[in-house]
Design a protein around this ligand. Sequence first.
Ligand SMILES: Nc1ncnc2c1ncn2[C@@H]1O[C@H](COP(=O)(O)OP(=O)(O)OP(=O)(O)O)[C@@H](O)[C@H]1O
Length: 632
Amino acid sequence: MKNEKMPTQKKKPVPVAKLTPAHECTKKKDVMKGGDVFADCSFTSLGLHPGLCEQLKGSRLPTYRFVLLNLVAYFFFQIEGIFGWFSAERLGFEVPTQVQAQAIPVVLTGRHVLVNAATGTGKTIAYLAPIIHQLQKIDPRIQRSDGTFALVIVPTRELCMQVYEILQKLLHRFHWIVPGYIMGGENRSKEKARLRKGISILVGTPGRLLDHLKNTSSFSHANLRWMVFDEADRILELGFGKDIEEILDTLCTRKDGSVDGKRQNLLLSATLNEKVNRLAKISLENPVMLGLGERLTQLETMVEQTGSLKSVNNEDLGDASIVEHSTDFRLPVQLIQTYAKVPCGSRLAILLSVLKHLFEKEGSNKIVVFFSTCDSVDFHYKLLSEFCWAPYEQLVGESKQKFLRCKTFRLHGNMEQEDRKTTFQSFKTEKSALLLSTDVSARGLDIPKVRCIIQYDSPGEATEYVHRVGRTARLDKRGDSLLFLQPVEIDYLKDLEKHGVKLTEYPLMKVLDSFPLYGKKFHAKNFVTLDAHPWVLSLQNALESFVSTEANINKLAKNTYCSWIRAYTAHRGELKSIFMVKKLHLGHVAKSFALKEQPSLVVKSLQRQGKKRKRDQRQKGLIKKRKVIIRT
Ligand SMILES: Nc1ncnc2c1ncn2[C@@H]1O[C@H](COP(=O)(O)OP(=O)(O)OP(=O)(O)O)[C@@H](O)[C@H]1O
């Protein structure tokens, strides 16, 4: 097959969506900022098929009559199809969200679209519903042997499953449209078999998709009409840029070399970065851009002034037009964002105290804590699962109890695929639980009732901050977030401010003071620093003696310490000046893993690494003669 780049790499006009009546219900509000999440119109008014609207609306629970009919159909006539039809769990959405009201009519026109809207505002339905609408219209009905018509590319496996599950629900009334998924970690031959049978709408992660495009000859995609990049920026950040270009090259050319004019590509994310510009340029032709705030308004003004869409083109807007004005990130307005300035050596004790406080205060709570490495997730998971403590044992004869009495889960990329699936599903259904995770959970995941996000290890790029906190305060629900920063990292707040993200200080001292201090002489008011707080001191002591006596956890703590430092050195660009290993007190870092002192081997290996880096730089002529001091 001939691999040709899409001709869309040429500069193209960038028109704006002409607002249809359906848009008008949303026109006056700042659609994607999350101010008012729902639109003043119905799904039907957006032009969607009545069956699809029914599936979107309706009750989440099947009615008594439906259940009865199910049973009759199943037991007397053995008709599973009808059983499936009646038991179809509908989504229960009364009205579209703003982003859906804006995007659905535009996607229905067949135009390429770029959507930038706050987290949790319903972007998934905004692209799935119009695709299903168009597919069900095709006459004669599409068949499995026609192969894949729509491809949804997502960055993570969990997101892949999530989109697939929504797709299944939406397709209950359209049994001839077959949903499917392919992703890393799954059995390739089973996927091949499913692809051979035919999948109409396929959700996949980029690596596995490319794998099948190259190696599964029975994967039929000649009829492909839609390509969706959900969380487009993340796909690129994960280093899938080359894969995506290869995928585009393979899919966007027909055997005879002519480009399929019916192709429609959609890019969506709550955050856009300069990398998306490139993807947008090579994949979007004449795109409509939704939710780009001032940019969209500016475009509309230009259109009004010139009276013509065609006069607005890339030259007028400059190359960075797509992302320039999206540097102010869109966060749900109801989200309460806080930070806590925590001395390095007390980080662990303070994290545990905050968690204890949150679970005891609320009774039931659902919290996600983000860590920078898989090791760190494992270490904290083990610690929280096993650590028992009785702070007032000697005074009131208290017996040791588990420090945190909530269900705890962990999720990261080094876990077995099956464990990842069960963890994710279990945490979703729990009413009160704690999830410890890496950034694998940061993007797109829709976990009901998450009330608080704690970023224990800082996220790095501001985009990641936005997506992590976006796991709470979804749609119009309440949500809190807490960012842990060490005193030396406090400038990170300024970096967030550059993107319009402002945080207030978390009342940490108040929380620590809320724990009873039996027999302690000092009154809380006398304490100046957090690390001198008696509660923190005794908890830290208890943690250190626990970790020193448990061989397994001690080893894990040491490994985690090393990988945490490695991750810390990996911050890029401007962030390097905020997150600098040489500014850290490594003895205090060790304390944050409940180690009494820093493991000696680590220091040696760090020194070796430092020397090697210096040598390499000298060889490349990059060295500035300066002394790198790693404080110990
Ligand atoms: N019209 C609607 N009415 C009520 N709930 C809706 C509606 N549309 C979507 N939802 C619900 O809103 C939640 C968020 O939707 P979705 O995951 O699509 O958001 P998103 O914008 O893609 O978020 P993210 O940027 O984090 O990926 C989901 O629980 C979904 O079921």
